[in-house]
Design a protein around this ligand. Structure first.
Ligand code: NAI
Ligand code: MG
Length: 512
């Protein structure tokens, strides 16, 4: 495909040299004004360089925003169903190339192939959903208070949207942002995470091949403060969408507020799973393993606290430990691997530091806790699946987001106690309860203070057509997914049409 040759390095026939990827600005693949690049390495084997990417700076962001601003003039006028057709075509092309993109993703961030296929699939699902939205984008019509007058509210695009994305869902998260923005008629500049820029390239290349015009989507790769932060200050960027840590989210929200940009923040979590005495324990165990160790625990919705009622506590902990020990840790490209590496050295260090903190706080380390670096694992950032039991809800390992394969099991007295422990936390993204008691299940749906609650399923597993996001330090009230995303990427305009042929004064004239 023509665009492949443009992004890939000009060094042909030399498989030992990694591909060089450029920024994508105004439909051209261009080098950064900095003249500097950085390497994207495979965390399962750091000898493997996935690609060389541009280390962008403010001048690149300015050029990208400028291109997006110019492209907006035409793109906003393309009928939404036509914009949607391009997105629909992109869905089909993504589905066709799923295997290739999943492999790229496993190489750049480590999670196992089953999960990276799921990540690409999420972009496919989002694309189909948003393509359908092109023939909806509904707004209300409503009676006017005056005769011979018509009233409605229509959705209009916001303008240039800046997006800053994390590495844990390298294609799904960019798709949650780009696709609703595009169907609403916005133009975009995206700064992907420095650990996983390739998956954003793959997505944007498909969008371009599907017919998204030049300048409508632009990529500026690089590091947060240099390549992301300039978007926050740029007067022509009207919306910022960020997913990542609460610390960086706070900086982003504060910076965006100065010029009144729309700002959507999707941040951390410390998600509880409650297991009651009457639960189907086998099901709860399966859920706990998947929720805690899927994506190496590197999900904002990861199950990081398991709150277990005392009647089944010891049995549950023993079985969980037995099962966690059996998980196969290794390179995600190997189909038999259950859990891949940490995304980078810094994350591995964070995980190990928290394990030390848990020990020193007096939690019981039941299994795991060590780096794995023997044999094939020597060149990667692997960690054993780690379970702490007898965790006190006040301990740091029970309060802070670790973002690794480290789970805290907390004993509780009863249902009411479990809810108090679950809610007594800074975050509020996902939550789960395992019980066969319908009354308790409904009480939990009402009382768990979180953006998402699962009944008899783990805390992970969001579907793209439902609102995604959380309360408290997890975000600032916006939602991604489905109609929540459409709400973020559009502005309401209220339109009044007076066909009475005379001046009618709303709020003053009251016809008898
Ligand atoms: P991060 O929040 O530093 O990075 C996320 C994105 O923000 C990246 O694209 C990064 O380049 C950008 N960024 C960083 N500093 C910035 C700045 N000053 N201005 C503009 N953009 C900036 O997350 P990181 O370092 O990758 O992971 C650290 C921790 O964050 C994890 O251990 C985890 O606790 C949390 N995290 C949460 C995620 C979630 O899904 N809620 C996703 C990724 C990380
Ligand atoms: Mg990488």
């Amino acid at each position: 495909m023509a665009t492949d040759t443009l992004t890939r390095s000009t060094i042909e026939g030399d498989a030992s040299r990694p591909n060089v990827y450029r920024n994508f600005i105004d439909g051209e693949w261009v080098e950064s004004a900095s003249g500097e690049t950085f390497e994207n390495r495979n965390p399962a084997d750091t000898r493997d360089v996935v690609g060389i990417f541009q280390k962008s700076v403010k001048a690149d962001v300015d050029a990208a925003v400028d291109a997006a601003k110019r492209a907006f003039v035409k793109w906003r006028l393309v009928p939404a169903p036509r914009r949607a057709e391009i997105i629909y075509l992109a869905a089909e092309m993504l589905a066709e190339r799923k295997e290739e993109f999943a492999r790229d993703m496993t190489r750049e961030m480590g999670k196992v192939l089953k999960e990276t296929r799921g990540d690409v699939q999420e972009a496919v699902d989002t694309a189909y959903y948003m393509a359908g939205e092109g023939r909806r984008l509904f707004g209300p019509t409503t009676p006017s208070e005056l005769p011979n007058k018509f009233a409605m509210a229509v959705r209009t695009p916001v303008g240039v949207c800046g997006m800053i994305t994390p590495w844990n869902f390298p294609m799904a998260i960019p798709s949650w942002k780009l696709l609703p923005a595009l169907v609403c008629g916005n133009t975009c500049v995206i700064k992907p995470a420095q650990d996983t820029p390739l998956s954003t390239y793959n997505l944007v290349r498909v969008l371009t091949d599907a017919g998204v015009p030049k300048g409508v989507v632009n990529i500026v790769s690089g590091f947060g403060p240099q390549a992301g932060a300039p978007m926050l200050e740029h007067p022509d960027v009207r919306a910022i969408s960020f997913t990542g840590s609460s610390t960086v989210g706070r900086t982003i929200g504060t910076a965006a507020a100065k010029s009144f940009k729309h700002c959507s923040l999707e941040l951390g979590g410390k998600n509880p799973m409650i297991v009651l005495n009457d639960a189907n324990l086998e099901l709860a165990l399966e859920g706990a393993l998947w929720g805690a160790f899927g994506t190496t625990g590197q999900r904002c919705t990861a199950t990081s606290r398991i709150i277990v009622e005392k009647g089944v506590y010891h049995h549950f902990v023993d079985r969980l430990v037995e099962r966690a020990r059996k998980l196969r840790v290794g390179n995600g490209l190997d189909e038999t691997t259950d859990m891949g590496p940490a995304v980078n050295e810094r994350q591995l260090k964070t995980d190990l530091d928290y394990i030390e903190i848990g020990r020193s706080e007096g939690a019981r380390l039941m299994c795991g806790g060590h780096r794995l670096d023997k044999g094939d694992l020597h060149h990667g950032y692997f960690l054993e699946p780690t379970v702490f039991s007898d965790v006190d809800p006040k301990m740091r390992i029970a309060q802070e987001e670790i973002f690794g394969p480290v789970v805290s099991v907390i004993p509780c007295e009863n249902f009411e106690d479990a809810i108090v422990i679950a809610n007594n936390i800074e975050y509020g993204l996902s939550s789960a309860i395992y019980t066969r008691d319908v009354n308790k299940a409904f009480a939990a749906m009402r009382d768990l203070y979180a953006g998402i609650t699962y009944i008899n399923a783990p805390t992970i597993g969001a579907e793209v057509h439902l609102p995604f996001g959380g309360v408290k330090a997890t975000g600032n009230g916006h939602r991604e997914g489905g109609i929540g995303a459409i709400d973020f990427y559009s502005e309401w305009k209220s339109v009044y049409v007076d066909y009475s042929d005379r001046l009618q004064r709303a709020q003053i004239d009251r016809p008898e």
